[in-house]
Write a protein that binds this ligand. Structure first.
Ligand SMILES: [Zn+2]
Ligand SMILES: [Zn+2]
Length: 623
């Protein structure tokens, strides 16, 4: 008899030891008895006969987690503070030990129509240049404005991989909302490409997995979970819109798909291409940049700044003018967040924490303003510290209200509501876009969803509202979010015609220097981040404590803080009640930590990690 330590999939059970007469490799998927049922488990290692009773492994499956999957799962569990079970459960194992299907072992490569048969897009000289530079690099950031043709470059890279017998993973945020991309990929790769995201059915997933095993599917495009599909001979991982926060998982394991993609590329020797028109300051700082000049769409945009923070006369006037001339418009209103901030309508500045450089949130119940990073509080104020203007405002207009005002003011205008309340399915999205494309509706009015990769050829006017509210949020990346949104929304217009971009802000100086030059913004922003001690120059982590008993939650927080204080090379930025004080009947507390690098931070966190706390490394969300 042989003995194996195993870990159950999707479980918090500890490591369990079972017996088997067979020689089992590490990573082998097995079924083991537990109480009265059988559970799926992974073989961790062989061990000597233990001095306690063991049961036998019930069944050895025809599937295995490859060494790179086991290594990355180990990294995820240690770096993002999850159990190994939670981390390995992200992955899909290789069936038939990762070998090609026996039926086509000899001529498996013919199945994917490789070689001369793969059609390729024609690249402009700018695209060709970027493509050739990317071929030279193991990993790089492809930086090119919206409409510059990054997709053709990805397709060319994937086609090259196919010809070399290698597979590719193409990650996109919100894949279920990008039917246009699916069409384009299918046009080039046919059945060799599969779309993979949470909205596809279980049956469809099984079919795709079978096709991956048989070598028919060699390109998987999808949301962050596509990263964990069992493609063999992986040659390329593309992370499109790499700045998007949906790459960070909001539940355990709280991994960041972009960062895991880079690690996976290193482990399996695959090229990693991150791409964006508005790259994150972090990636711009960390990776080699390949620039893609705007090749064939000379965007002609006229920017104009207007004041106020409601649907006011200049907005109505511009919308009416473009509507009457037969143009189409887009109006952006940011999602109303969990919190309100005190905002000066005169100078556009939000009241910020003196210690953290982030907006202080309004807590009317407690009659105070609070910093969600360090928990510094002060009385609600009425006067702007910058210009003396009074009173300060905290109200913001919602999508519904905006639509009512516009349809009342402009006779005959049809408004398409484009936000999470109205676009709940892919079908509704396709219909809304169709109505807009056909000219049936004239104005696309929505939230952050507008910035996600859709092409609208006829837009002659973009109105961007509420940026000052985004810039004032309790988030060290608030400026990055606001300027990135401005670029993303402005980039949706003027694809084919001259377009006007109306930016509503009380402080144009925040945006004016950067119009048309995101790189200039990134360089300035990196100076700010370095001065204010934020990533990528430091490492951040957040601890969450939730308990039904408020006193108990508070005690766990204080005990943890006391233990963390022994570590001199980390800084406790703040601790106390979480911005959202209660969820699902549990009282929530947080601790925010910072260190010069990740090593001391991880060391301190592992010393306090346990059942009662949850660690979020490199947090992107602070509520
Ligand atoms: Zn002011
Ligand atoms: Zn603060």
């Amino acid at each position: 008899m042989k003995y194996y330590q195993t870990v159950l999939l999707r479980s918090s059970a500890p490591i369990l030891t079972y017996a088997s007469p067979l020689d089992l490799e590490i990573g082998k998927l097995v079924q083991v008895p537990l109480k009265s049922t059988t559970k799926e488990a992974v073989v961790l290692k062989a061990v000597a006969k233990p001095d306690f009773e063991t049961e036998n492994i019930a069944n050895v499956c025809d599937a295995v987690y490859l060494p790179y999957q086991m290594q990355i799962a180990k990294f995820i569990s240690e770096y993002y503070f999850s159990s190994f079970s939670e981390a390995i459960s992200l992955f899909l194992p290789y069936r038939r030990s990762g070998c090609p299907h026996p039926d086509n072992e000899e001529d498996g490569q013919d199945m994917v129509n490789v070689g001369v048969g793969t059609p390729r897009p024609t690249l402009s000289s700018f695209q060709q240049q970027a493509y050739e530079q990317l071929l030279q690099k193991e990993r790089a950031l492809l930086f090119g404005v919206t409409g510059a043709g990054k997709t053709e470059i990805f397709i060319s890279l994937m086609a090259k991989m196919l010809e070399e017998g290698k597979s590719s993973i193409f990650l996109m945020p919100e894949i279920s909302l990008t039917p246009q991309m699916e069409k384009r990929l299918k046009a080039y790769f046919g059945d060799a490409v599969a779309m993979w995201h949470s909205k596809i059915t279980k049956k469809k997933k099984e079919e795709i997995l079978e096709a991956i095993e048989a070598g028919r599917v060699r390109i998987v495009a999808g949301a962050r979970s596509a990263l964990f599909t069992p493609l063999s001979d992986l040659g390329l991982i593309v992370v499109d819109e790499e700045h998007d926060d949906s790459y960070k998982a909001m539940t355990r394991p709280r991994y960041h798909a972009r960062d895991v993609a880079v690690l996976m590329g290193q482990k399996v020797g695959a090229k990693v291409v991150l791409a964006s028109a508005t790259p994150s300051a972090t990636s711009f700082h960390k990776y080699d940049v390949v620039k893609l000049a705007n090749a064939y769409v000379p965007t002609r945009k006229k920017y104009r700044f207007i004041g106020g923070d409601t649907i006011n006369a200049p907005i109505i006037y511009a919308l009416r003018e473009h509507f009457e001339e037969g143009g189409q418009s887009l109006l952006f209103l940011p999602t109303r967040g969990n919190f309100k901030y005190l905002y000066c309508q005169n100078c556009g500045v939000t009241h910020t924490c003196p210690y953290c450089s982030v907006g202080m949130a309004l807590h009317r119940k407690h009659r105070h303003l609070k910093c969600h990073y360090c928990n510094y509080t002060e009385a609600i104020r009425d006067t702007c510290v910058h210009c003396g203007h009074t009173p300060l405002s905290s109200e913001r207009i919602g999508t519904q209200e905006a639509i009512e005002i516009i349809t009342e003011a402009i006779e005959g205008i049809k408004v398409e509501q484009f936000d999470r309340d109205s676009i709940t399915t892919a079908n509704k999205l396709v219909k809304a876009l169709k109505r807009f494309e056909s000219g049936e509706s004239h104005l696309l009015l929505g939230t952050q969803m507008l910035s996600k990769g859709h092409d609208y050829p006829n837009i002659t006017l973009s109105v961007i509202m509420g940026l000052d509210h985004i810039i004032g949020m309790a988030d060290y990346r608030a400026r990055e979010r606001a300027v990135s949104l401005l670029f993303q929304i402005a980039g949706r217009s003027g694809r084919t015609k001259e377009a006007e971009v109306l930016i509503q802000t009380a402080d144009p100086s925040q945006y004016e220097p950067y119009l048309g030059d995101y790189e200039k913004f990134l360089k300035d922003e990196l100076l700010f981040l370095e001065m204010a001690h934020y990533p990528p120059f430091t490492s951040l982590a957040r601890i969450l404590i939730a308990h039904k008993d408020e006193a108990k939650a508070s005690k766990i927080t204080l005990d943890t803080v006391a233990k963390l204080k022994q570590f001199k090379d980390i800084q406790i930025v703040g601790h106390g009640k979480a911005p959202v004080e209660r969820i699902a009947n549990k009282y929530r507390f947080t601790i925010l930590l910072r260190a010069e690098s990740r090593v001391p931070l991880l060391k301190a966190l592992h010393s306090v990690d346990g059942r009662e706390i949850e660690v979020d490394m490199d947090p992107v969300e602070f509520s």
